[in-house]
Design a binder for this molecule. Structure first.
Ligand code: SAM
Length: 318
């Protein structure tokens, strides 16, 4: 069916993210010693503005994520929705920033691939075993559950199933919780992503949601981005929420979140530590700076908080 083709195309997008991240790290934009185990080879060259865009995305998201973990002194949990082949769990382990538990959710077939990689690559499996206290590590084809890391195969559009599975794997609604979605909500209709965001606000009294995705999609450049994805049968069902920073924030403010902020990635790029930005700008020559600007103006980070425990989550920013 059309839905199957479209879902399959959406699932394939996790490889794009991994391949681009692998290439950028091979050029030293940032360090990720684990990404090599999820992308078979460095792959073909990517344009400098693409690498800088991924740099801004990774640094921007990590900035907020790490700030949340520090604010809660690791007494928290993280749920990465549509995590794909993301390597954040391993980075946090290496940096002594592991939350109580790190959950990932993606379609079962993506999860099965990720679990296969973890099983067969000791640098990935060792940290899991090291952070696990008993012999009873659950590792089957479609789920993995250890003390600190859990991967669940589920469709994010089916909230009751998602809720049930997370609870089965000891999700704790009382713990401060960070939800992360990186280029995921745009593949769901506005009502489906609202349901997810609403579920999170209802489930956790103290939480933060970080969402990275496309922005300003109604202009010419945005139309070209949409056409490029459509050519691969990939439907951006949620594109209307990507019209403006206000519509990004509204999705949260309408569904029970107390506070929301949003920035386009050009602004985020200009707020990142400028010493490191100067370093990466020396890595590859970029002829036309407008190209980078245009690209960065078409992505955003939106973050929302609710804070019953008064941890000061609404102050987290750039
Ligand atoms: N967040 C990862 C990253 O940034 O590297 C992966 C991003 S990739 C562009 C989008 C991911 O969202 C894919 O892995 C896809 O399978 C997942 N996804 C999209 N819609 C989903 C849904 N309804 N249920 C579960 N996963 C979904």
């Amino acid at each position: 069916t059309d839905t199957d083709t479209s879902d399959e195309a959406v699932r394939a997008t996790c490889d794009d993210a991994t391949i681009c991240k692998r290439f950028a790290t091979s050029k030293n934009y940032w360090k990720d010693p684990y990404i090599q185990y999820f992308a078979r080879s460095v792959g073909e060259r990517k344009a400098p503005e693409i690498n800088r865009g991924y740099y801004a995305r990774v640094k921007g998201v990590n900035h907020l994520l790490d700030a949340f973990i520090r604010k809660t002194e690791c007494d928290c949990q993280i749920i990465n929705v549509g995590a794909g082949l993301d390597t954040t769990f391993w980075r946090l382990k290496d940096e002594n920033l592991l939350p109580q538990k790190f959950f990932e959710v993606d379609f079962p077939t993506v999860v099965a691939r990720k679990i296969h990689n973890i099983k067969t690559k000791p640098p990935l499996s060792k940290p899991l075993i090291e952070t696990h206290s008993t012999d009873s590590l659950l590792l089957d084809a479609h789920s993995l559950d250890s003390d600190r890391y859990c991967i669940i195969g589920a469709d994010l559009r089916d909230i009751s199933n998602l809720d049930e599975k997370l609870k089965k794997f000891q999700l704790n609604p009382e713990l401060p919780t960070l939800l992360l979605s990186e280029c995921v909500l745009v593949y769901m209709t506005p009502s489906q992503s609202s349901n997810l965001v609403h579920w999170a606000a209802e489930t956790f009294h103290t939480a933060m949601f970080i969402n990275y995705e496309q922005l300003n999609m109604s202009d010419r450049f945005g139309q070209v981005m949409i056409e490029n994805l459509q050519r691969r049968q990939c439907t951006l069902a949620g594109v209307e929420v990507c019209q403006s920073l206000d519509s990004q924030k509204e999705r949260f403010l309408k569904t029970g979140w107390e506070h929301a902020d949003a920035l386009d990635m050009m602004t985020v790029y200009s707020m990142l530590p400028q010493e490191d930005v100067a370093r990466i700008e020396r890595l590859e020559f970029l002829d036309e700076r407008e190209l980078l600007q245009q690209l960065l103006q078409h992505y955003s980070i939106c973050w929302a908080t609710k804070d019953k425990l008064n941890l000061g989550l609404s102050q987290l920013a750039f």
